[in-house]
Ligand binder design. Structure first.
Ligand code: HPA
Length: 247
């Protein structure tokens, strides 16, 4: 099957709006089950594959997502370009709720996740170059498409991946800020590294749901507000991807 683009949907994106002639594919992987079926269909005149990272009913917390199975399944179906859509908290002042960012760097604070396809008996050990964690050409295409679609998107930023599922303390975010993180999310890693191991093109569309702890004016972060902001930002995603596929 020829897939023009695969999309991994994060919190708030459990099915892909506008996907026509959709078909479900359940893919067996050597790493166990993916988060759910991969749904393939027509979008903007091209073949799109969609996978809900947390499952279609959001039953998988970030640390229990089978990232290896997800990437493997998409690769197995023939996907070569993957966009990960991730809900994030904004750390940088200009990255407040509803802002869309295409990050260019990552710092991984997660632990206890399977971070490599080499992590099985007898597998060949592969050391990948990860200086640039996201594929430059795919990042450029996303940003150009957002501009054509009239959707503002910020070019670059450092995504700090935390373990979750709880949000961070103010001290943790203050440390991340000192480290150079602009955004914080729970699912950006190991997804990006696994995509690189499979030689997939991969980029992240980060949707800011809230200011991270201690960064905005709010004393506390409201989970209801997070989902309201996410819904607004998520509505822009198909516009960007339609412009990219049509372009
Ligand atoms: N922290 C981590 N992940 C997130 C946040 C946050 O504040 N908001 C949305 N995803």
């Amino acid at each position: 099957m020829s897939i023009d683009l695969a999309v991994i949907g994060g919190s708030g994106l459990y099915n892909f709006p506008g996907l026509e002639n959709a078909q479900r594919q359940s893919v067996e992987t050597p790493f166990g089950p993916a988060s759910g079926d991969v749904v393939t269909g027509d979008f903007a005149g091209k073949q799109l594959a969609f996978l809900a990272r947390h499952g279609e009913s959001h039953s998988l917390p970030p640390h229990r997502v089978n990232y290896r199975a997800n990437l493997w399944a998409l690769h197995q179906l023939g996907a070569r370009r993957v966009v990960g859509v991730n809900a994030v908290g904004g750390i940088r002042d200009d990255m407040g709720p509803r802002v869309i960012v295409v990050p260019d760097q990552v710092i991984d604070y997660t632990h206890g996740r399977f971070t490599s396809f080499c992590d099985v008996e007898g597998a060949e050990v592969k050391h990948i170059d990860f200086s640039e964690p996201y594929t430059a050409s795919l990042r450029r295409d996303l940003l150009a498409a957002a501009a054509r679609a009239g959707v503002p998107a910020i070019d670059g930023g450092c995504y700090g991946a935390t373990q979750g599922p709880r949000l961070e303390t103010r001290a943790e975010i203050a440390r991340m800020k000192r480290d150079g993180c602009d955004l914080v999310g729970m699912t950006g890693m190991p997804e990006a590294a696994l995509a690189r191991e499979l030689e997939l093109e991969y980029a992240c569309l980060a949707l800011v749901a809230n200011f991270a702890a201690g960064c905005g004016d709010e004393e506390e972060i409201s989970i209801e507000e997070i989902f309201a902001h996410l819904a607004a930002a998520t509505a822009e995603v198909p516009k960007i991807l339609a412009a990219m596929l049509a372009g």
